[in-house]
Design a protein. Sequence first.
Length: 119
Amino acid sequence: QVQLVESGGGLVQAGGSLRLSCAASGLTFSNYRMAWFRQAPGKEREFVARINWTGGSNYYADSVKGRFTISRDNAKNTVYLQMNSLKPEDTAVYYCAARYYTYTEYEYWGQGTQVTVSS
């Protein structure tokens, strides 16, 4: 069965950095586009970043562009989100998601990891 397990969340001061990891199992990782989403309290889940199956194409939400970097290691079945210059408004539960490269919807989701940025 497919599992996505996020790690790396925590409490950080504004301006600090964190790196999230998402380890995937039960799927052929290199066939999947991967993405990060986040959900803050009282808000809807929002897209953060995505990466294609080779890692050669990335796309970011405007709110994180220039501060966050998504990457993947297909040999380790892992996708990463490097988050720099963190702001209090980045506080949320961060989820990774997987989408088969020919599909339009993300079909697999992790359980989430909490990121809290203090001012």
